[in-house]
Ligand binder design. Structure first.
Ligand SMILES: *Cc1c(COP(=O)(O)O)cnc(C)c1O
Length: 410
Protein backbone atom coordinates (compact mmCIF):
# COMPACT_ATOMS: atom_id res chain seq x y z
CA UNK A 1 0.00 0.00 0.00
CA UNK A 2 3.02 2.29 0.44
CA UNK A 3 1.06 4.05 3.18
CA UNK A 4 4.14 6.08 4.13
CA UNK A 5 4.01 8.31 1.03
CA UNK A 6 0.42 9.55 1.46
CA UNK A 7 -0.14 11.30 4.82
CA UNK A 8 -3.93 11.49 4.46
CA UNK A 9 -4.33 7.72 4.03
CA UNK A 10 -2.39 7.06 7.21
CA UNK A 11 -4.44 9.56 9.24
CA UNK A 12 -7.91 8.19 8.38
CA UNK A 13 -9.73 6.24 9.67
CA UNK A 14 -8.72 6.45 13.35
CA UNK A 15 -7.98 3.28 15.33
CA UNK A 16 -11.69 2.67 16.00
CA UNK A 17 -12.62 2.99 12.34
CA UNK A 18 -14.10 6.48 12.59
CA UNK A 19 -13.96 9.05 9.80
CA UNK A 20 -14.71 12.08 11.95
CA UNK A 21 -18.22 11.46 13.31
CA UNK A 22 -18.97 8.87 10.59
CA UNK A 23 -18.03 5.21 10.19
CA UNK A 24 -17.35 2.78 13.04
CA UNK A 25 -19.10 -0.53 13.57
CA UNK A 26 -22.79 -0.42 14.42
CA UNK A 27 -23.55 -4.12 14.12
CA UNK A 28 -24.35 -6.23 17.22
CA UNK A 29 -21.50 -7.85 19.24
CA UNK A 30 -21.83 -11.31 17.67
CA UNK A 31 -20.25 -9.99 14.44
CA UNK A 32 -17.31 -8.24 16.15
CA UNK A 33 -14.88 -11.20 16.32
CA UNK A 34 -15.01 -11.70 12.53
CA UNK A 35 -14.44 -7.98 11.90
CA UNK A 36 -11.63 -7.76 14.47
CA UNK A 37 -9.85 -10.75 12.91
CA UNK A 38 -10.11 -9.11 9.49
CA UNK A 39 -8.83 -5.74 10.77
CA UNK A 40 -5.76 -7.13 12.50
CA UNK A 41 -4.81 -9.49 9.67
CA UNK A 42 -5.26 -6.80 7.06
CA UNK A 43 -3.14 -4.28 8.97
CA UNK A 44 -0.34 -6.81 9.41
CA UNK A 45 -0.40 -7.85 5.73
CA UNK A 46 -0.87 -4.62 3.82
CA UNK A 47 2.66 -3.27 3.94
CA UNK A 48 4.38 -6.64 3.63
CA UNK A 49 6.54 -6.76 0.47
CA UNK A 50 5.39 -10.28 -0.51
CA UNK A 51 1.69 -9.25 -0.24
CA UNK A 52 2.36 -6.12 -2.28
CA UNK A 53 4.33 -8.13 -4.82
CA UNK A 54 1.52 -10.68 -5.28
CA UNK A 55 -1.01 -7.84 -5.62
CA UNK A 56 1.11 -6.10 -8.27
CA UNK A 57 1.48 -9.36 -10.21
CA UNK A 58 -2.28 -9.93 -10.44
CA UNK A 59 -2.94 -6.27 -11.23
CA UNK A 60 -0.59 -6.40 -14.20
CA UNK A 61 -1.41 -9.85 -15.54
CA UNK A 62 -5.08 -10.44 -14.81
CA UNK A 63 -6.42 -6.89 -14.63
CA UNK A 64 -4.33 -5.07 -17.21
CA UNK A 65 -2.94 -2.34 -14.95
CA UNK A 66 -1.71 0.32 -15.12
CA UNK A 67 -4.67 1.84 -16.96
CA UNK A 68 -3.77 4.98 -18.95
CA UNK A 69 -4.68 8.63 -18.46
CA UNK A 70 -6.02 9.89 -21.79
CA UNK A 71 -6.60 13.42 -23.14
CA UNK A 72 -10.05 14.04 -24.67
CA UNK A 73 -8.97 15.93 -27.77
CA UNK A 74 -12.32 16.21 -29.55
CA UNK A 75 -14.46 17.01 -26.53
CA UNK A 76 -11.96 19.61 -25.30
CA UNK A 77 -11.86 21.26 -28.75
CA UNK A 78 -15.67 21.27 -28.97
CA UNK A 79 -16.09 22.81 -25.51
CA UNK A 80 -13.27 25.34 -25.89
CA UNK A 81 -12.70 25.64 -22.12
CA UNK A 82 -10.73 23.65 -19.57
CA UNK A 83 -8.87 20.57 -20.87
CA UNK A 84 -10.44 17.20 -19.98
CA UNK A 85 -8.52 13.99 -19.25
CA UNK A 86 -9.87 10.58 -18.28
CA UNK A 87 -8.42 7.79 -16.14
CA UNK A 88 -9.34 4.66 -18.09
CA UNK A 89 -10.70 2.31 -15.43
CA UNK A 90 -13.05 1.07 -18.17
CA UNK A 91 -10.08 -0.91 -19.51
CA UNK A 92 -9.91 -3.13 -16.42
CA UNK A 93 -10.63 -6.83 -16.83
CA UNK A 94 -14.41 -7.36 -16.32
CA UNK A 95 -15.03 -3.73 -17.30
CA UNK A 96 -14.82 -1.48 -14.25
CA UNK A 97 -12.85 -0.34 -11.22
CA UNK A 98 -14.57 -2.86 -8.91
CA UNK A 99 -12.00 -5.55 -9.64
CA UNK A 100 -9.35 -3.37 -7.94
CA UNK A 101 -10.69 -4.30 -4.53
CA UNK A 102 -11.99 -7.75 -5.56
CA UNK A 103 -8.47 -9.04 -6.30
CA UNK A 104 -7.33 -7.45 -3.02
CA UNK A 105 -9.97 -9.33 -1.01
CA UNK A 106 -9.14 -12.56 -2.84
CA UNK A 107 -5.45 -12.20 -1.97
CA UNK A 108 -6.37 -11.37 1.64
CA UNK A 109 -8.57 -14.48 1.82
CA UNK A 110 -5.77 -16.67 0.55
CA UNK A 111 -3.32 -15.18 3.07
CA UNK A 112 -5.85 -15.68 5.89
CA UNK A 113 -6.33 -19.34 4.97
CA UNK A 114 -9.98 -18.80 3.97
CA UNK A 115 -11.28 -20.88 1.08
CA UNK A 116 -14.35 -18.87 0.09
CA UNK A 117 -15.42 -15.33 -0.88
CA UNK A 118 -18.97 -14.11 -0.20
CA UNK A 119 -20.65 -10.96 -1.53
CA UNK A 120 -23.89 -9.46 -2.77
CA UNK A 121 -24.40 -7.91 -6.17
CA UNK A 122 -27.07 -5.61 -7.61
CA UNK A 123 -26.72 -5.43 -11.38
CA UNK A 124 -24.09 -8.17 -11.26
CA UNK A 125 -20.93 -6.14 -12.00
CA UNK A 126 -19.43 -6.65 -8.56
CA UNK A 127 -20.38 -10.34 -8.65
CA UNK A 128 -18.64 -10.89 -11.99
CA UNK A 129 -15.48 -9.06 -10.87
CA UNK A 130 -15.35 -11.06 -7.64
CA UNK A 131 -16.03 -14.37 -9.41
CA UNK A 132 -13.09 -13.66 -11.75
CA UNK A 133 -10.78 -12.85 -8.82
CA UNK A 134 -11.92 -15.96 -6.92
CA UNK A 135 -11.34 -18.19 -9.95
CA UNK A 136 -7.82 -16.80 -10.41
CA UNK A 137 -6.92 -17.50 -6.78
CA UNK A 138 -8.63 -20.91 -6.67
CA UNK A 139 -11.26 -19.80 -4.12
CA UNK A 140 -14.94 -20.68 -3.91
CA UNK A 141 -17.30 -17.79 -4.54
CA UNK A 142 -20.87 -17.31 -3.23
CA UNK A 143 -22.81 -14.36 -4.65
CA UNK A 144 -26.17 -13.28 -3.20
CA UNK A 145 -28.44 -11.55 -5.67
CA UNK A 146 -32.06 -10.40 -5.49
CA UNK A 147 -34.44 -12.68 -7.39
CA UNK A 148 -35.75 -9.69 -9.34
CA UNK A 149 -32.21 -8.64 -10.31
CA UNK A 150 -31.35 -12.20 -11.40
CA UNK A 151 -34.08 -12.04 -14.01
CA UNK A 152 -33.15 -8.52 -15.17
CA UNK A 153 -29.41 -9.29 -15.37
CA UNK A 154 -29.52 -12.86 -16.66
CA UNK A 155 -26.32 -12.52 -18.70
CA UNK A 156 -24.29 -11.49 -15.64
CA UNK A 157 -25.73 -14.47 -13.75
CA UNK A 158 -24.44 -16.63 -16.62
CA UNK A 159 -21.00 -15.01 -16.47
CA UNK A 160 -20.73 -15.54 -12.71
CA UNK A 161 -21.67 -19.21 -13.07
CA UNK A 162 -19.24 -19.65 -15.95
CA UNK A 163 -16.51 -18.25 -13.69
CA UNK A 164 -17.37 -20.89 -11.10
CA UNK A 165 -19.45 -18.84 -8.63
CA UNK A 166 -22.57 -20.10 -6.88
CA UNK A 167 -25.37 -17.51 -7.27
CA UNK A 168 -27.86 -17.55 -4.37
CA UNK A 169 -31.27 -15.92 -4.90
CA UNK A 170 -32.41 -13.48 -2.20
CA UNK A 171 -36.18 -13.53 -2.12
CA UNK A 172 -37.09 -11.48 0.98
CA UNK A 173 -38.71 -8.01 0.76
CA UNK A 174 -38.24 -6.38 -2.65
CA UNK A 175 -35.81 -9.14 -3.71
CA UNK A 176 -33.18 -6.58 -4.72
CA UNK A 177 -29.79 -5.25 -3.56
CA UNK A 178 -30.73 -4.47 0.07
CA UNK A 179 -32.06 -8.01 0.68
CA UNK A 180 -29.07 -9.55 -1.12
CA UNK A 181 -26.72 -7.48 1.03
CA UNK A 182 -28.37 -8.60 4.29
CA UNK A 183 -28.28 -12.24 3.15
CA UNK A 184 -24.59 -12.02 2.16
CA UNK A 185 -23.57 -10.46 5.47
CA UNK A 186 -25.46 -13.12 7.48
CA UNK A 187 -23.84 -15.86 5.37
CA UNK A 188 -20.43 -14.34 6.16
CA UNK A 189 -21.08 -14.21 9.90
CA UNK A 190 -22.17 -17.88 9.83
CA UNK A 191 -19.18 -19.02 7.76
CA UNK A 192 -16.43 -16.57 8.77
CA UNK A 193 -14.10 -19.32 9.93
CA UNK A 194 -13.49 -20.32 6.34
CA UNK A 195 -14.97 -17.41 4.36
CA UNK A 196 -14.30 -13.69 3.77
CA UNK A 197 -16.87 -11.06 2.85
CA UNK A 198 -15.86 -8.88 -0.11
CA UNK A 199 -18.15 -5.86 0.04
CA UNK A 200 -19.08 -4.01 -3.17
CA UNK A 201 -18.08 -0.45 -2.24
CA UNK A 202 -16.33 1.71 0.39
CA UNK A 203 -19.25 1.14 2.77
CA UNK A 204 -20.21 -1.09 5.71
CA UNK A 205 -18.70 -1.42 9.18
CA UNK A 206 -15.00 -0.91 9.94
CA UNK A 207 -12.67 -2.20 8.45
CA UNK A 208 -14.45 -2.48 5.06
CA UNK A 209 -14.43 1.22 4.04
CA UNK A 210 -10.71 1.43 4.84
CA UNK A 211 -9.78 -1.79 3.03
CA UNK A 212 -11.77 -0.92 -0.11
CA UNK A 213 -10.31 2.61 -0.16
CA UNK A 214 -6.76 1.28 0.24
CA UNK A 215 -7.14 -1.24 -2.61
CA UNK A 216 -8.79 1.39 -4.83
CA UNK A 217 -6.06 3.97 -4.06
CA UNK A 218 -3.95 2.41 -6.84
CA UNK A 219 -6.16 4.43 -9.22
CA UNK A 220 -5.25 7.80 -7.68
CA UNK A 221 -1.58 6.97 -7.22
CA UNK A 222 -1.21 5.92 -10.85
CA UNK A 223 -3.28 8.86 -12.10
CA UNK A 224 -1.26 11.39 -10.13
CA UNK A 225 2.09 10.35 -11.56
CA UNK A 226 0.69 9.82 -15.07
CA UNK A 227 -0.92 13.26 -15.01
CA UNK A 228 2.27 14.95 -13.78
CA UNK A 229 4.30 13.44 -16.62
CA UNK A 230 1.67 14.32 -19.25
CA UNK A 231 1.44 17.90 -17.98
CA UNK A 232 4.96 19.08 -17.34
CA UNK A 233 4.75 18.53 -13.58
CA UNK A 234 1.40 20.30 -13.10
CA UNK A 235 -1.36 18.68 -11.01
CA UNK A 236 -4.95 18.74 -12.33
CA UNK A 237 -7.07 21.65 -11.10
CA UNK A 238 -10.17 19.44 -10.80
CA UNK A 239 -10.70 15.74 -10.13
CA UNK A 240 -14.18 14.35 -10.87
CA UNK A 241 -15.85 11.04 -9.94
CA UNK A 242 -19.39 9.68 -9.71
CA UNK A 243 -20.45 8.54 -6.24
CA UNK A 244 -22.71 5.75 -5.01
CA UNK A 245 -20.88 4.16 -2.06
CA UNK A 246 -17.70 5.95 -3.08
CA UNK A 247 -15.18 3.27 -4.09
CA UNK A 248 -14.18 4.73 -7.46
CA UNK A 249 -14.28 8.26 -6.02
CA UNK A 250 -12.07 7.39 -3.01
CA UNK A 251 -9.78 5.56 -5.43
CA UNK A 252 -8.99 8.59 -7.54
CA UNK A 253 -9.27 11.14 -4.70
CA UNK A 254 -6.62 9.17 -2.77
CA UNK A 255 -3.93 10.48 -5.10
CA UNK A 256 -4.88 14.12 -4.43
CA UNK A 257 -6.21 14.43 -0.86
CA UNK A 258 -2.94 15.92 0.32
CA UNK A 259 -3.06 18.60 -2.39
CA UNK A 260 -5.40 21.40 -1.24
CA UNK A 261 -5.08 23.16 -4.62
CA UNK A 262 -6.86 20.25 -6.34
CA UNK A 263 -10.67 20.61 -6.20
CA UNK A 264 -12.42 17.26 -5.72
CA UNK A 265 -15.90 16.96 -7.27
CA UNK A 266 -18.46 14.28 -6.28
CA UNK A 267 -21.20 13.72 -8.86
CA UNK A 268 -24.49 12.12 -7.81
CA UNK A 269 -27.47 10.72 -9.73
CA UNK A 270 -30.38 13.17 -9.88
CA UNK A 271 -32.49 10.53 -11.66
CA UNK A 272 -35.67 12.10 -13.02
CA UNK A 273 -36.14 14.82 -10.36
CA UNK A 274 -35.22 16.08 -6.90
CA UNK A 275 -38.38 14.53 -5.37
CA UNK A 276 -37.79 11.77 -2.84
CA UNK A 277 -37.77 8.38 -4.58
CA UNK A 278 -36.76 9.75 -7.98
CA UNK A 279 -33.02 10.22 -7.40
CA UNK A 280 -30.18 8.73 -5.35
CA UNK A 281 -28.33 11.95 -4.43
CA UNK A 282 -27.32 11.32 -0.81
CA UNK A 283 -24.80 14.15 -0.40
CA UNK A 284 -27.35 16.60 -1.78
CA UNK A 285 -30.40 15.45 0.21
CA UNK A 286 -29.28 12.92 2.87
CA UNK A 287 -29.11 13.27 6.67
CA UNK A 288 -26.96 11.53 9.31
CA UNK A 289 -28.09 7.97 10.01
CA UNK A 290 -26.98 4.33 10.17
CA UNK A 291 -26.85 2.11 7.10
CA UNK A 292 -25.12 -1.26 6.50
CA UNK A 293 -23.52 -1.17 9.95
CA UNK A 294 -21.94 2.30 9.80
CA UNK A 295 -22.86 5.91 10.61
CA UNK A 296 -22.99 8.01 7.47
CA UNK A 297 -25.26 10.23 5.43
CA UNK A 298 -28.40 8.40 4.37
CA UNK A 299 -31.52 9.03 2.30
CA UNK A 300 -34.05 7.91 4.89
CA UNK A 301 -37.61 8.18 6.03
CA UNK A 302 -38.61 9.64 9.37
CA UNK A 303 -38.35 6.25 11.10
CA UNK A 304 -34.78 5.74 9.76
CA UNK A 305 -35.63 3.15 7.10
CA UNK A 306 -33.87 3.86 3.79
CA UNK A 307 -35.86 5.81 1.19
CA UNK A 308 -36.65 4.45 -2.23
CA UNK A 309 -33.95 5.58 -4.68
CA UNK A 310 -33.69 5.62 -8.45
CA UNK A 311 -31.25 6.22 -11.30
CA UNK A 312 -30.85 5.13 -14.90
CA UNK A 313 -27.43 3.79 -13.80
CA UNK A 314 -28.11 0.71 -11.67
CA UNK A 315 -24.65 0.90 -10.07
CA UNK A 316 -25.60 4.23 -8.47
CA UNK A 317 -28.88 3.08 -6.92
CA UNK A 318 -27.88 3.18 -3.24
CA UNK A 319 -29.56 5.22 -0.45
CA UNK A 320 -26.30 6.21 1.28
CA UNK A 321 -22.61 7.03 0.82
CA UNK A 322 -19.51 5.57 2.43
CA UNK A 323 -18.49 7.19 5.74
CA UNK A 324 -15.26 8.66 4.38
CA UNK A 325 -17.14 10.46 1.60
CA UNK A 326 -19.58 11.75 4.24
CA UNK A 327 -16.69 13.11 6.32
CA UNK A 328 -14.92 14.76 3.37
CA UNK A 329 -18.22 16.36 2.36
CA UNK A 330 -18.90 17.68 5.86
CA UNK A 331 -15.36 19.07 6.07
CA UNK A 332 -15.96 21.01 2.85
CA UNK A 333 -13.26 19.09 0.97
CA UNK A 334 -15.71 17.99 -1.77
CA UNK A 335 -17.76 20.02 -4.21
CA UNK A 336 -20.98 18.22 -5.02
CA UNK A 337 -23.08 18.18 -8.17
CA UNK A 338 -26.05 16.14 -9.40
CA UNK A 339 -26.69 15.01 -12.98
CA UNK A 340 -30.07 13.91 -14.39
CA UNK A 341 -30.85 10.75 -16.36
CA UNK A 342 -31.42 12.84 -19.50
CA UNK A 343 -27.98 14.45 -19.26
CA UNK A 344 -26.46 11.01 -18.73
CA UNK A 345 -28.04 9.54 -21.85
CA UNK A 346 -27.03 12.54 -23.98
CA UNK A 347 -23.45 12.12 -22.75
CA UNK A 348 -23.49 8.38 -23.55
CA UNK A 349 -24.35 9.12 -27.21
CA UNK A 350 -22.04 12.12 -27.49
CA UNK A 351 -19.04 10.35 -26.06
CA UNK A 352 -19.35 7.23 -28.20
CA UNK A 353 -19.40 9.29 -31.40
CA UNK A 354 -16.80 11.91 -30.52
CA UNK A 355 -14.26 9.87 -28.56
CA UNK A 356 -14.77 6.27 -29.71
CA UNK A 357 -15.41 5.12 -26.16
CA UNK A 358 -18.68 3.74 -24.73
CA UNK A 359 -18.72 4.75 -21.05
CA UNK A 360 -20.82 3.07 -18.33
CA UNK A 361 -23.97 5.04 -17.45
CA UNK A 362 -22.51 5.49 -13.94
CA UNK A 363 -19.36 7.07 -15.40
CA UNK A 364 -21.46 9.26 -17.74
CA UNK A 365 -22.54 11.20 -14.62
CA UNK A 366 -18.92 12.24 -14.03
CA UNK A 367 -18.32 12.97 -17.73
CA UNK A 368 -21.49 15.05 -18.11
CA UNK A 369 -20.49 17.17 -15.13
CA UNK A 370 -16.89 17.51 -16.37
CA UNK A 371 -18.14 18.88 -19.71
CA UNK A 372 -20.35 21.45 -17.92
CA UNK A 373 -17.42 22.43 -15.69
CA UNK A 374 -15.05 22.74 -18.68
CA UNK A 375 -17.49 25.15 -20.33
CA UNK A 376 -17.15 27.58 -17.40
CA UNK A 377 -13.37 27.26 -16.86
CA UNK A 378 -10.48 28.65 -18.98
CA UNK A 379 -8.24 26.51 -21.26
CA UNK A 380 -5.40 27.02 -18.77
CA UNK A 381 -7.21 24.68 -16.33
CA UNK A 382 -7.35 20.88 -16.39
CA UNK A 383 -9.98 18.36 -15.32
CA UNK A 384 -9.26 14.68 -14.58
CA UNK A 385 -12.28 12.34 -14.66
CA UNK A 386 -12.35 8.81 -13.30
CA UNK A 387 -13.99 6.83 -16.12
CA UNK A 388 -15.06 4.09 -13.71
CA UNK A 389 -16.33 1.54 -16.23
CA UNK A 390 -17.25 0.65 -19.78
CA UNK A 391 -20.77 0.82 -21.14
CA UNK A 392 -21.03 -2.44 -23.05
CA UNK A 393 -23.39 -3.68 -20.32
CA UNK A 394 -25.70 -0.68 -21.02
CA UNK A 395 -25.84 -0.73 -24.81
CA UNK A 396 -28.94 -2.93 -25.27
CA UNK A 397 -30.88 -0.99 -22.64
CA UNK A 398 -29.99 2.44 -24.04
CA UNK A 399 -30.68 1.52 -27.66
CA UNK A 400 -34.04 0.01 -26.72
CA UNK A 401 -35.18 2.87 -24.49
CA UNK A 402 -33.73 6.07 -25.95
CA UNK A 403 -33.27 7.85 -29.22
CA UNK A 404 -30.07 9.46 -30.33
CA UNK A 405 -30.17 13.22 -30.96
CA UNK A 406 -29.56 12.42 -34.65
CA UNK A 407 -32.74 10.34 -34.91
CA UNK A 408 -33.69 6.80 -33.95
CA UNK A 409 -30.85 5.04 -32.24
CA UNK A 410 -31.10 2.02 -34.52
C1 LIG B 1 -20.58 0.15 -9.11
C2 LIG B 1 -20.15 1.21 -10.02
C3 LIG B 1 -20.07 2.57 -9.61
C4 LIG B 1 -20.53 3.06 -8.27
O1 LIG B 1 -19.90 2.56 -7.15
P1 LIG B 1 -18.87 3.38 -6.27
O2 LIG B 1 -18.55 2.45 -5.17
O3 LIG B 1 -19.52 4.63 -5.80
O4 LIG B 1 -17.70 3.66 -7.13
C5 LIG B 1 -19.58 3.50 -10.51
N1 LIG B 1 -19.20 3.14 -11.75
C6 LIG B 1 -19.26 1.87 -12.19
C7 LIG B 1 -18.84 1.57 -13.58
C8 LIG B 1 -19.74 0.86 -11.35
O5 LIG B 1 -19.80 -0.40 -11.79
Amino acid sequence: MQQDDLPYLVKFPDATGQFGRFGGNHYPPQVWPALEELTSTYLSLRDRPDFQHDLDTVRVGLQGRPTPVHFLRTTTAEVGGARIYIKREDLNHTGAHKINHCVGFALLARNMGKRKLIAETGAGQHGVALAAAAAYFGLECEIHMGEVDMVKQASNVGRMRLLGARVVAASAGQSALKEASDAAFSAYIEQHEHALYAIGSAIGPHPFPMIVRDFQSVVGKEARSQFLSLNGGQLPDHVVACVAGGSNAMGIYSGFLDDPAVTLHAVEPLGTSDETGKHAATLSFGTPGTLNGARSLVLQQEDGTPSKVSSVASGLVYPGVGPEIAMLHEEGRLKIAAISNNEVIATFFRFAKSEGIIPALESCHALAFAIKLAERRPPSETILVNLSGRGDKDVDFVLNEFRDADGPAR
